[in-house]
Design a protein around this ligand. Structure first.
Ligand code: PEP
Ligand code: MN
Length: 263
């Protein structure tokens, strides 16, 4: 179902009023995690102003350490929904457990399957069956074929709307958080009709490297980006070092526009 052989034309995924794929560039932005009502409201306003079309933010965070901030849970999702409505943006948030599907379904416009859960097949089946758009991140050690098979799980379970997201893979290099696999973009665009976006924030993990990596992704044919932005990255409860200042995000959006049409 994910293959371009069975469906030659590009799939355009609709998330509320937003379309992703085709000949447009769409940018998703927001904090790593929803930290408070004020924080998500402020971030939403700033990224919207710069041209983001979908608001991102984690309410349930899959942290490497059990002692790290785990997210505000359903309260965080409620704040994010409110912020999305206030600024006219649909929202995307990560789901980490099939048990949360029913309660999260009413509040989110698109589900994100995180890199760590790319091969959580029971989660894929449950989320796919809800029929909503799904943003599927590539696992840190997943091959392109494994990634596409996970997309297949979602499509076979009922949804028609899957967006693939390259977010860097694990290599021997330790300078950056992960290694952005730029070549995956043209490879997947040829193998599949699904839209492909890139998350330069988790790929590089260093604020100053996020924009160059994001621009490279657009130049390589990505349909958009998802970018972490925080009004005060130094105070962020997660992923502060890779979160852009709103001014940097604004600059990135102008640079993307110079390369390709942004919706
Ligand atoms: C995220 O987008 O917040 C996230 C945790 O990313 P990943 O699953 O790619 O690590
Ligand atoms: Mn993050």
């Amino acid at each position: 179902l994910a293959s371009r052989e069975t469906k030659p034309e590009d799939t355009i995924v609709t998330v509320g009023p937003v379309k992703i794929g085709g000949s447009r560039i769409s940018v998703i932005a927001g904090p790593c995690a929803v930290e408070s009502r004020d924080q998500i409201m402020e971030t939403a306003g700033r990224v919207r102003e710069s041209g983001a079309v979908i608001l991102r933010g984690g309410a349930f965070k899959p942290r490497s350490s059990p002692y790290a901030f785990q997210g505000l849970g359903m309260k965080g999702l409620e704040y994010m929904k409110e912020a999305g409505e206030a600024y006219g943006m649909p929202i995307v948030t990560e789901i980490v457990s099939p048990e949360l599907a029913a309660q999260m379904n009413d509040l989110t416009d698109m589900f994100q399957i995180g890199a760590r859960n790319m091969q959580n097949f029971e989660l894929l089946k449950k989320v796919g069956a809800l029929g909503k758009p799904v943003l599927l991140k590539r696992g840190p050690s997943a091959t392109i074929e494994e990634w596409l098979l996970s997309a297949e799980y979602l499509l076979a379970s009922g949804t028609k709307d899957v967006i693939l997201c390259e977010r860097g893979i694990r290599t021997f290099e330790t300078y950056t958080r992960n290694t952005l696999d730029i070549s995956a973009i043209p490879v997947v665009k040829r193998l599949s009709h699904l839209p492909v976006i890139v998350d330069p924030s988790h790929a590089v993990g260093i604020r100053a490297k996020v924009s160059p990596a994001g621009l490279a992704a657009i130049a390589a044919g990505a349909d958009g980006l998802t970018v972490e932005v925080h009004p005060r990255p130094d105070e962020a409860l997660s992923d502060g070092p890779q979160s852009l200042y709103p001014e940097q995000f604004e600059r990135l959006m102008r640079d993307i526009e110079a390369l390709a049409p942004v919706v």
